[in-house]
Write a protein that binds this ligand. Structure first.
Ligand code: ATP
Ligand code: MG
Length: 366
């Protein structure tokens, strides 16, 4: 059956790497109908929403959505000028990525990690980060409410006073954790991993740690062939650098997962090689981990590999695993050969040259 694939190129190098990598869809000759949509800063300026209504309609009809990048910084100066006019019309800028996550309830952020370039033992694992609750659930304020003062008996609080303190709450719910862990074990099964590691801090955050651990083990009991492991997040960070080959799937709450994901992107050789997926129930969007990179936009220096790998993840999601394998293999081949690399990987090739080498490797693998 024909699948609908919506591409939102967005801003900066997002547009450049989309243009360079999307021809791979023609080469692979899949039953996919590719459509383009508008999103980004310019649309907020014009319409008061970075995701126009017509784009929402396209998103709702799509089997998978591919996002190039959305500018978060760089345009802030312009924003400062525009804000008074637009806010006068009752408009506030909300990040399109946040809008997508909330409206589609994308509860899991998936980042496959593997060593493609550089020294050290090859490895492959995946980090799955909870996307809706944890320390980023939105309970974050300056000043401690009087009603909590019986419970919060820290000596420094008495020294500072309730109004000279700030508080953030790590919210974890059975609903949120069960769907996350279930997805992590399903992902492990579907991608050939034999271990799922919960990265948390149960030795210090005893109550919330115990709560998460119990739910984790409860879900694990339904997946006989997959080992469930509980680790302190600091130990996981150390091992990601020292012996990443010991991991399969690593699952963590929002903030801890955020940090581990970026650490892992560094271990695998930088942002130019890191793809990601945001997953909800039957909904998904895919984007390279990097942003719009205003510092190199327009210079032909953007590494297109992350976008190729991201397209691979989207294809896998739509049921085209063999095609995704071909893309992964082609990227690996070009990176290993080292003849056609962009400056971030130590080469002197342009976005277009490296993309052409990857496209050629898709057609004629070695
Ligand atoms: P944004 O505001 O869109 O998040 P940013 O300033 O955070 O942009 P990122 O895109 O997150 O920029 O990139 C961080 C750094 O990594 C930049 O110096 C950028 O040039 C570099 N970088 C990111 N992606 C790539 C890529 N695909 N190829 C080469 N360099 C990259
Ligand atoms: Mg960024």
């Amino acid at each position: 059956m024909m699948k609908k694939f919506l591409v939102l190129p967005g801003d900066g190098i997002g547009r450049e790497v989309c243009e360079a990598a999307l021809p791979v869809l023609d080469l692979l000759n899949l039953p996919i109908q590719c459509e383009f949509g508008e999103i980004g800063w310019d649309f907020w300026c014009q319409e008061g929403n970075a995701i126009p209504a017509a784009t929402w309609h396209q998103i709702d009809m799509a089997d998978a959505v591919l996002l190039g990048a959305i500018s978060s910084k760089g345009k802030q100066a312009a924003e400062a000028e525009l804000v008074p006019t637009l806010q006068g019309r009752g408009l506030r800028y909300t990040s399109p990525v946040l809008q997508l996550r909330q409206r589609l309830e994308l509860f899991a952020n998936v980042r496959p990690v593997w060593r493609l370039a550089g020294q050290g033992m090859p490895f492959r694992c995946a980090i799955i980060r909870e996307n809706t609750e944890g320390l980023y659930a939105g309970f974050d304020r300056q000043g401690v409410p009087e009603s909590l003062s019986d419970w919060l008996t820290h000596p420094n609080l008495a020294r500072s006073g309730l109004d000279q303190a700030a508080i953030s709450v790590r919210l974890q719910t059975r609903f949120g954790l069960e769907r996350l862990f279930r997805y992590a074990f399903d992902y492990a099964g579907a991608n050939g991993y034999s271990r799922v590691t919960l990265a948390d801090k149960p030795n210090v955050l005893r109550e919330s740690g115990q709560f998460a651990t119990d739910i984790f083990l409860g879900i694990a009991a339904h997946y006989a062939g997959i080992e469930a492991e509980i680790c302190n997040v600091d130990a996981v960070a150390l091992d990601l650098v020292r012996q990443p080959q010991r991991f399969g799937v690593i699952v963590a709450e929002n903030l801890l997962g955020d940090i581990l994901s970026d650490l892992a992107a560094g271990v695998m050789g930088g942002l130019g090689l890191a793809p990601s997926a945001n997953i909800g129930h039957g909904r998904a969007y895919f984007e390279p981990v990097h942003g719009s990179a205003p510092d190199i936009a327009g210079s032909g220096r953007a590494n297109p590999a992350a976008m190729f790998l991201t397209i691979g993840m989207a294809l896998r999601h739509m049921g085209f695993a063999a095609a995704a394998d071909r893309i992964d293999g082609a990227v690996l081949q070009v990176v290993r050969q080292g003849r056609c690399l962009t400056p971030d990987l130590g080469g002197a090739s342009t976005t277009q040259d490296m993309a052409s080498a990857i496209l050629q490797a898709v057609t004629r693998p070695r």
